[in-house]
Design a protein around this ligand. Structure first.
Ligand code: C2E
Ligand code: MG
Ligand code: MG
Ligand code: MG
Length: 277
């Protein structure tokens, strides 16, 4: 019986693998028209400064597929990158995020994720300048989130891009810190405003001494270099309390507010208070 079970399971597994592959191909094909069909939208997640309360939102891209429903970015962004679509999609995100953010209280920032391909593309900083001009959005209210992957190739090119952005006055955040190919040397040469600690380390920060050591280390490192620190994926008051005691500057996560549609922001701001901090 065990043998039959095993074979049955193997067959089922193969079939579902086929279905998965077909679905991926279907998604990939429909991704080509998603932009012109206006299937993308942005959700915004609050960024909360422990000392000052809410300071703005991170823009998180969503794709509403006509049949498949809302597809998570972890699934479609790698496809879009592989197919060379992320440049155009990224430009749309930047413009849309700046437009929507220009209706928010005037001290709020909007933080936008950049994929490596976008960042490394020639003319990237010109495009940022053009978008800020067209929308009439101040550079210092735009924060750009890049990951360590961008810095892997330490070409003069990416250094130049970062310094041009600094001159333009945009803020630069280092996202998912500690999860990729970390090398500390680039922290000497790149002008980051903020380091974001990946939610992986925040998840068990109350109970796991190793996570505690890593988080304390990142906070100390950032502060020593004159950078701010954001903790991602904060879900419990216990985590928020621990991070606050360790002098983390900003919190982001479902405890403070889950990603929400642009329309929901007004109500959220009227109702929110962060007394748990
Ligand atoms: P990220 O930039 O690190 O964004 C944070 C992720 O954590 C988001 O996932 C957010 O929904 C999730 N999150 C927030 N609070 C919590 C929490 O309390 N618990 C848990 N478990 N998760 C939480 P999301 O929206 O699925 O995005 C995944 C990734 O996709 C982002 O990670 C970012 O790397 C990428 N991404 C999203 N939008 C864009 C975009 O416009 N452009 C590019 N290039 N990448 C994007
Ligand atoms: Mg991010
Ligand atoms: Mg700066
Ligand atoms: Mg992150």
């Amino acid at each position: 019986a065990a043998k039959n079970d095993g074979r049955g399971r193997a067959r089922t597994f193969n079939r579902s693998m086929m279905i998965m592959l077909e679905q991926r191909e279907m998604l990939r094909r429909s991704l080509r028209v998603a932009l012109q069909e206006q299937q993308f939208f942005i959700e915004y997640q609050p960024l909360v400064e422990i000392a000052d309360g809410i300071i703005g939102f991170e823009a998180l891209l969503r794709w509403r597929h006509p049949y498949a429903g809302v597809v998570p970015p972890s699934l479609f962004i790698p496809m879009a990158e592989a197919d060379g679509l992320m440049g155009d999609i990224g430009a749309w995100v930047l413009e849309q995020a700046c437009r929507e953010a220009s209706t928010w209280p005037s001290h709020f920032i909007v933080s936008v994720n950049l994929s490596p391909a976008e960042f490394l593309r020639a003319g990237f900083t010109d495009r940022i300048t053009r978008i800020l001009d067209e929308v009439g959005f101040p550079a210092d209210r735009l924060e750009l989130e890049i990951t360590e992957t961008v810095l892997l190739e330490r070409t003069t090119n990416n250094l130049d891009t970062l310094h041009t952005l600094e001159v333009l006055g945009t803020r630069i955040a280092l996202d998912d810190f500690g999860t990729r190919y970390s090398s500390l040397s680039y922290l000497q040469s790149f002008p980051f405003d903020t380091i974001k600690i990946d939610k992986h380390f925040i998840n068990d920060v109350e109970t796991n001494p190793k996570s505690q050591t890593i988080v304390r280390f990142i906070i100390g490192l950032a502060h020593g270099l004159g950078m701010r620190v954001t903790a991602e994926g904060v879900e419990t008051a216990g985590q928020a309390g621990w991070l606050s005691r360790k002098k983390c500057d900003r919190l982001q996560g479902n405890l403070l507010g889950a990603p929400m549609s642009a329309d929901a922001i007004g109500d959220f701001l009227r109702q929110s208070s962060f007394e748990m901090l």
